[in-house]
Design a protein around this ligand. Sequence first.
Ligand code: MSP
Length: 642
Amino acid sequence: MGKPTFYITTPIYYPSDKLHIGHAYTTVAADAIARYKRQRGYDVMFLTGSDEHGQKIQRIAEEKGVSPKEYVDGIVAGFKKLWQLLHITNDDFIRTTEERHTRSVQKIFQALYDRGDIYKSEYEGWYCVPCETFWTERQVAEGNTCPDCGRPVELVKEESYFFRLSKYADRWFKFIEENPDFIQPASRRNEMISFVKSGLEDLCVSRTTFNWGIPVPMDPKHVIYVWIDALSNYITALGYGSEDESKYHRYWPADLHLVGKEIVRFHTIIWPIMLMALGLPLPKKVFGHGWLILESGKMSKSKGNVVDPVVLVDKYGVDAIRYYLLREISFGADGYYSEEALIRRINADLANDLGNLLHRTLTMIEKYCSGVVPEPGPAEAIDGELQAVAAAVPREVEETMEKLEISNALAAIWKLVGRANKYIDETTPWLLAKDEATRPRLQTVLYNLAEALRIIGILLVPYLPTVPEKIWKQLGLGEGVREVPWEEAEQWGGLVPGTRVQRGEPIFPRIDPEEALKADKEEKKVVEKVETGGERISIDEFARLDLRVVEVLAAERVEKSRKLLKLQVALGEEKRQVVAGIARYVEPEELVGKKLVLVANLQPAKLMGIESDGMILAASDDEDNLALLTVDRDIASGAKIS
Ligand code: MSP
């Protein structure tokens, strides 16, 4: 018998957005589950990818003056880098522009057509381009806006192919009834049932007004609707419809599609019905998790409130970020993101509880046992208490992970961390070390602490990518913790006395919140200052602004800031120092000699302790795109702008 299989997927991401911490959340959660299943002996297939077609992408590419393929290539390379940075262990990455995908999507479309489940007609209705979703008159929200995202919908009238969703409504209900766990959590299942009860209409599955998509095989002036294209990725990546379907036979049906709550509808209605129509087995479970939100609402580029995971990993490390995402938010519900809460978690759970447990234990083994794990001596009742927690925790991790309660699984592991810390306080090894008579007892205590840490190291493998190895290495157990079978966490006593420990640096240094948040707060001030309202002003109000041409004499980065540059500029005879939030977009050297536009009569301000006398103007249409305002011919510095 081979290993049992486990096929898990994330959604494939739209390349129109820079990925933010909310996207990272789905993928980190999927990665933790995939790693956990591998640890439990499964042959895991973990898939992620990119959803590259559709009107939205064609429009953005046109605006940028590049081809859609050129546009997506750059962004997808960034996705892959981010997943590496977060130590995501996906086994495959599917791009919907790859031939292995497009060819089989055409086969799927053709098969549905041949079975009579796709027919040609005319679509007249509403379409939300950002969500790539069709809406009926009845469904659109007030003021002709999208009921999902609130943005304006467009009226569409075109010849289209339709998929007979309505024909399958009864079979869908029957399936949902017979498989009560298919949609999780239960609240999302109820939402879907009401949605289908309110009436299932046939779905428009082709478009003719743009061409960035997979051509309909029997009518290539149409392109296939992007959701039909995208959902198919879960089987095209397995080679479905190709010469080699071995992976498809091995892994399909999927064990788990992990998706955000706003796309549960596509995954639990359209996708299962497509599979029913194709005569293929249905996935076992679709889990709709909640959103990571900021005080200002769901993170999205259009709101300008995105948090960049690359910046966070750079600042706090990958283990801390993953821990925070998995621990702080109860999986399934929405959760608030804040950097303050992240720092609190790092300091309390990681630096204080886990980091100190390791550091204290190893310091004592070095000090009292010459750096060698001692042979345990006599046991006492309190040892049994620690061992009982160590025995219960793997069971609790198992139970919670079965229900995808990732946060509770981590909380369970921290019970052992907490119990071991308490055990130190209760047994006071530093007192035991004072007396030769209590030395055997000291040996028991230190052995037990090191043994608890060995188990903690194994249990942490699915969640923290580098820390379990650090713990094992410091315990003198080498680097193989990721390959160790789960069962070794269930057995007390696996650590061999005589093992030489290798105490290293604390695995999580404490973060000073003041220091960590200072730079961000000051940078935010710069950004806030630049924000403008929609109100009209009078010419007199405008005249109050003293806008001047300045020449950049020198430019350098501001230490410890990712965004700020310090400029020395000439304003006629006068010299000024200005701090500008443009470091992510221009190199300081490029600026010297340039003529820019300065708001010269702003109140001076201090940014990160540096005096700034005026503000440089710049334009931005995207968080990755900033252009500095300049003049179109040479003109003396100090010239007034009006
Ligand atoms: N391309 C579609 C999925 C097609 S799957 C066949 C799509 N892409 S997306 O890039 O918009 O979103 C990908 C995933 O990121 C979704 O599961 C979505 O819920 C998740 N998230 C996007 N923002 C999020 C938060 N702020 N918080 C949590 N998850 C979020 O939808």
